[in-house]
Write a protein that binds this ligand. Structure first.
Ligand code: GLU
Length: 447
């Protein structure tokens, strides 16, 4: 059987075995459809059914999360942890709290995480978890009670050598604090490295907060450099206004890019003279408000309710909000408006048809599993610091992050050339990540 037809059969089987999990199907397809040439080069991967094994999570945990809201009403949410692959290290990946969460979302994220984590070169396996709990409009006390209930079940599946969660959408420093507190209480162990994204006051790493956004910008910078260009003087739009978007904008501004738009699920802020990042940080990080309020502080800024940020002409576009936020039509508009580079701060934000548009147009396109790997890489640096009971300076940690991102870029770039598709970072990232996981799986035998 040819590599291609084998891969088609594997995909059909994944769809059959995981009905209705469309995001998971999409993530699997996007990875395995690039692996045909690798199977030709390494028939032992096919013999040992490496791809088939990778597509089946090692363990999936689904649990009830009951808690009592401020009005005294009992609420029941659903918790998930999908421990996908642990050949390279303990399961590692964030927790997402968002009403759209169901098993298919967690599986797509966990599957992506395997390859992303492998790409970092660090000793971390792949996992993801979360809940359909909606933290929006919930009080601090409600979020705390939810986190405590969530961890009351999850703690038995975690450990610094077993599974190390972190944040994702809806899970930031506040939630990690409540989760860590409850883990410590349940286990009677101060096991710092069981969670990452902790506050630097009690075991967290400096730069972890900034790392995903900074890393995405380092990646776009590398892609542009490879084409003899740079960020300086280019117009940039960044979707979202959460943790990833904020620090992507910060690094773009430091590298003298001109950031003119950001967004949230309600709409878009277009500010031609440049986004006021201190204001975005205050609104989003401190006051937990909507981005619409930005326009009340800057008369020359325009708020477009329900608008698409991809309508705004720009040279650099960073999707940093959520999956499938950039479709084929949006990709066409970006290309028509002269966009040079797209790098994904979010996980799988571009639809497969959108990706094809970028590839056909020949613009620099960095897929999430490479471009946003700086977050989880810095989580691995946090684990290193915890293991050695040490803390590193901001400068040292950021230097490590920058080295890791340029290493990821170099490896993806080289693999794309090796497999005859220069500049194709999708192919490069999938192949580099997959090979590392596949080699470890071969070494461990059939497990
Ligand atoms: N949720 C982040 C990601 O998508 C970070 C995971 C982590 O730090 O473990 O990679």
């Amino acid at each position: 059987m040819t590599g291609e037809s084998r891969i088609e059969r594997i995909y059909e089987q994944v769809v059959r075995r995981n009905p209705g999990e469309v995001e998971f199907h999409q993530a699997v397809k996007e990875v395995i459809e690039t692996l045909g040439p690798v199977l030709v080069k390494h028939p032992e991967y096919a013999d040992q059914k490496i791809i088939e094994r990778i597509c089946e999570p090692e363990r999936q945990i689904i649990f009830r999360v009951p808690w009592v809201d401020d009005r005294g009403e009992v609420q029941i949410d659903r918790g998930f942890r999908v421990q996908f692959n642990s050949v390279l290290g303990p399961y590692k990946g964030g927790l997402r709290f968002h009403p759209s969460v169901y098993l298919g979302i967690i599986k797509f994220l966990g599957f992506e995480q395997i390859f992303k984590n492998a790409l970092t070169g660090m000793p971390i396996g792949g996992a993801k978890g979360g809940s359909d709990f909606d933290p929006k409009n919930r009080s601090d006390a409600e979020v705390m009670r939810f986190c405590q209930s969530f961890m009351t079940e999850l703690h038995r599946h975690l450990g610094e050598y077993t599974d190390v969660p972190a944040g994702d959408i809806g899970v930031g420093a506040r939630e990690i604090g409540y989760l860590f507190g409850q883990y410590k209480r349940m286990t009677n162990r101060y096991e710092s490295a069981v969670l990452t994204g902790k506050s630097p006051h009690w075991g967290g790493s400096l730069v972890r907060r900034e790392a995903t956004g900074y890393g995405t910008v380092y990646f776009v910078d590398e892609m542009l450099k490879a084409r003899g260009q740079s960020i300086e003087g280019h117009s940039c739009v960044v979707s979202g206004s959460g943790n990833v978007a904020i620090y992507a904008m910060e690094k773009l501004q430091r590298l003298r890019g001109s950031v003119i738009a950001c967004s949230d699920s309600g709409g878009v802020i277009y500010h031609k003279s440049g986004i006021d990042l201190d204001l975005v940080k205050r609104l989003k990080e401190v006051e937990r408000r909507r981005i619409a309020e930005y326009a009340q502080h800057h008369r020359d800024a325009k708020y477009i309710p329900g608008g698409s940020i991809w309508d705004i002409p720009c040279e650099i576009a960073l999707p940093c909000a959520t999956q499938n936020e950039l479709d084929e039509a949006a990709a066409r508009r970006l290309v028509a408006n002269g966009c040079l580079a797209v790098a994904e701060g979010a996980n799988m934000p571009t639809t497969p048809a959108g990706v094809r548009v970028f590839q056909e147009a020949g613009i620099a396109y960095g897929p999430g599993k490479a471009a946003n790997a700086g977050g989880v890489a810095t989580s691995a640096l946090e684990m290193q610091q915890n293991a050695s009971r040490d803390t590193w300076s901001f400068e040292h940690t950021e230097e490590r992050l920058q080295e890791i991102m340029s290493g990821i870029h170099r490896n993806c770039h080289e693999a794309a050339e090796e497999f005859g598709s220069p500049g194709n970072y999708v192919l490069g990232a999938n192949i580099v990540g997959f090979r590392r996981v596949a080699e470890a799986m071969l070494a461990f035998g059939v497990i």
